[in-house]
Design a binder for this molecule. Structure first.
Ligand code: ADP
Ligand code: MG
Length: 721
């Protein structure tokens, strides 16, 4: 790369994947600070975000030995003293930092043992003309890139680069690794390299969006945005640069997804299910034990419209736990059967598959339909018989685990695939099912993990979405309470009361890794304790280390009310239906994600009785845990909870996102915060796809070129078609 020596070039490539000028320019700062704002140490307190200081190191000392060694420098600007502390890279610091020399430094002040300190400050030689200023001026941006000013700085009226903005001077801060810092590429060096790159540029950066899109969405030019994202000339322009680049990033992701969905539509004709026949009608009139909810009816209509459209359906059905998705799935399967096809329902675990079969057989009663179960444990003669009946078309509905994907499973005419609890099946596995029929079957993906809209648009952006947003009538909302583990007697009181009414109880322990000894000990100890405290009741124990058959039989004992209390790890998380259970106790609730807590809670409240969820934590919990627990206590709405979880934890940690491996290495946009921009970006991308279906409009050439480039550079993007 021009302007960078071989050593640095290697570091940039190894550590940050920066290979080209373009890569460097799209490695954006993670925060900014106004260079003209320098604090006086006497004005600093431990609650402030990052601050800039100017002064000298009075003395340095090395404290501790070996791995525990640290360096402490006493830094002063004349108004006070603050300690600078380093725990790593000590040799480098000792070599490069000198006493009695003026430095400009930057970091987050903290109070430690009653003394002000900054750990691992960014440090550089002070320019001649800087002076600390009194506190009134305030700081600028926090590390999340949002404005965080303490004073009202009038923003310049649409300043341009030439006008020099509003007179602020922003310094960009870049993330760099320890290795890079040792190789002398710290944040300041990144800024210098980037600035040099701009100097080498002879002309403005080429626009990456067509002019009509730039105009329509009131965006600034690509050149202006990139320059200002690195070296903002005003607060206003920085905001506009961020808006432009976030829009662009999300726009191209959406364009990629929607283009894929469109090409799939063109590639795969859909089976046309034109009739509603005897099976659907017979079931609806004679077998349906209750009235469908409004939401169930609406969703069935949406699915039905897809299935007769001539296009292959690819639809995501979201519905909170207990909203009645199984019934919707069954009724859609009946439409497929009425049109001479078979249906296949895939569940993530054997026990869920078994439950589906049982539920469906119960619903169907004496209807002349054959429903079979195929899992890994169905073997030998039985298996051969099922496979034969499948090929000959005698089996109408096949329910199974991923065993149904195997090549040996051949349908006579597969018309509809329903995937329950989708996030355990990847896109590739879904695609494999399509190959099971000459014409790709319709695909319905069901999930009970509500996904915030912004995430759904990115993760499942190629699917149409239906939502069941209504629970069947007569359900009492589950009462959720927070209890401390020290108050176990209160928990036992509630348990005794419910048990005496003939109800059953779940107690769940977290299990982060199946191998973690601690977790097993918790579970074992809990099991012993419960046995001792409830001698007249039978207790089941289920955990991930048990053999599947053992696990299933113990679950069955609980399901058939042979046992009264089930102590388990999260193996019961998904889908298990024991309507008589009325209490869900979650131990160490702080170790679960909100969506997971919500899933677990959904195991109770399935009958008409009042149900309870008890979140148990220790007495001392962090502020964040307290907030999370409170959300669970206050809300039973899965979508609301998922949104809150997204805000608290960020998209990378949410269940279901890791597996997808898609679009989470966003450079600048943030799915938790940029929902509005995402909505615009998706609409803009949809407009392009609709308005230029054969990609022949020369105005859009720049789009397809850029998209090809992005797909080449981004492995995850390439993988979705
Ligand atoms: P989930 O969406 O979590 O898969 P289920 O399909 O297991 O929910 O349904 C939960 C319970 O609600 C089941 O016992 C089911 O029979 C019942 N159910 C479904 N639809 C209705 C309805 N419209 N009215 C009353 N009960 C219903
Ligand atoms: Mg279900």
């Amino acid at each position: 790369m021009q302007g960078v020596g071989p050593h640095r070039a290697e570091l940039l490539e190894k550590e940050l994947g920066i290979k080209t000028l373009g890569d460097l320019l799209s490695y954006y700062p993670y925060k900014y600070v106004d260079r003209s704002r320098i604090y006086r140490i006497s004005d600093i307190d431990g609650n402030m975000p990052y601050v800039q200081l100017c002064g000298q190191i009075l003395s340095m000392e090395s404290i501790g030995e070996g791995r525990g060694r640290r360096l402490v420098a006493h830094f002063s600007d004349g108004s006070g003293i603050i300690d600078l502390v380093w725990f790593q890279g000590l040799k480098y610091v000792e070599k490069s930092v000198t006493c009695r020399k003026s430095y400009l430094l930057f970091g987050k002040p903290q109070v430690f043992n009653g003394r002000l300190q900054i750990a691992h400050p960014e440090i550089e030689d002070a320019p001649q003309d800087v002076r600390p200023m009194a506190r009134t001026t305030g700081y600028l941006f926090d590390d999340e890139g949002e404005m965080n000013r303490t004073t009202d700085q009038p923003s310049a009226p649409s300043a341009t680069r030439a006008e020099g903005g509003d007179g602020l001077s922003f310094r960009p801060f870049y993330n760099t690794s320890e290795r890079m810092k040792k190789g002398t590429i710290n944040s300041a060096m990144m800024a210098k390299l980037t600035a040099n790159m701009f100097k080498l540029l002879k002309e403005p950066l080429r626009e990456t969006l067509p002019p009509y899109i730039v105009q329509k969405h009131h965006l600034i030019s690509y050149d202006e945005a990139v320059r200002n994202i690195h070296f903002p000339t005003s607060a206003d322009l920085l905001r506009k640069a961020q808006a432009r680049l976030k829009f662009e990033e999300l726009f191209y992701i959406q364009l990629n997804i929607l283009r894929y969905a469109r090409s799939r539509q063109l590639k795969y004709r859909g089976l046309v299910f034109g009739t509603i026949g005897d099976m659907f009608n017979g079931f609806y009139h004679d077998h349906l034990p209750f009235e469908l909810t409004g939401a169930q009816k609406r969703v069935i209509r949406e699915i039905r419209a897809d299935m007769k459209s001539g296009r292959q359906m690819n639809r995501l059905l979201q519905g909170d736990v207990g909203s009645g998705k199984t019934l919707v799935a069954l009724m859609c399967a009946l439409i497929a059967i009425d049109n001479g096809c078979q249906a296949c329902i895939m569940a993530p675990t054997e026990i869920l598959a078994e439950q589906h079969v049982e539920t469906i057989r119960n619903f169907l009663g004496d209807m002349p339909l054959r429903v079979e179960l195929l899992t890994g444990t169905v073997k030998g003669k039985k298996r051969t018989e099922i496979l034969d009946s499948l090929v000959s078309g005698k089996v109408n509905i096949l329910v199974g685990t991923h065993a149904v994907i195997e090549d040996s499973v051949v349908f006579s005419r597969l018309g509809l695939v329903i995937i329950d609890e989708q996030h355990r099946f990847g896109v590739a596995q879904r695609a494999k099912l399509w190959m099971k029929n000459e014409v790709a079957p319709h695909v319905l993906v069901m999930t009970a993990t509500p996904i915030p809209r912004t995430l759904a648009m990115t993760l499942y952006g190629d699917l149409d979405v239906s939502v069941i947003d209504e629970l069947p009538p007569g359900r009492k909302p589950i009462k959720t309470v927070h209890m401390f583990d020290a108050h176990r007697q209160n928990i036992y009181k509630l348990m005794n009361h419910e048990l005496s009414l003939g109800r059953q109880i779940y107690i769940v322990y977290p299990l982060i890794k199946e191998t973690e000894k601690m977790d097993m000990k918790d579970l074992e100890a809990g099991y012993e304790e419960i046995n001792a405290a409830f001698p007249t009741y039978k207790v089941s124990k289920v955990h991930g280390k048990m053999k599947p058959a053992e696990k299933d039989s113990e679950m069955q004992r609980f399901a058939s009310h042979e046992t009264h209390i089930l102590v388990s790890t999260t193996v019961i998380e998904v889908g298990v239906n024991v309507p008589n259970a009325s209490v869900m106790i979650i131990e160490n609730a702080e170790r679960f994600g909100l969506s997971q807590l919500h899933q677990l809670r959904g195991r109770v409240g399935r009958g008409a009785d009042q149900s309870y969820c008890v979140l148990v934590t220790k007495y001392q919990i962090s502020e964040e845990t307290r907030k999370r627990v409170q959300i669970m206590v206050d809300s039973t709405d899965g979508f609301e909870i998922a949104e809150a979880d997204l805000k608290l934890r960020g998209p990378g940690d949410l269940e279901g996102t890791q597996q997808s491996g898609m679009a989470f290495d966003l450079r600048i946009a943030n799915l938790a915060r940029d929902g509005q921009i995402l909505t615009y970006a998706r609409a803009a991308a949809q407009e392009v796809i609709d308005g230029d279906p054969d990609e022949s409009n020369p105005q859009n050439d720049v789009l397809w070129q850029r998209l090809r480039q992005l797909r080449k550079d981004n492995i995850n993007w390439g993988a979705i078609s």
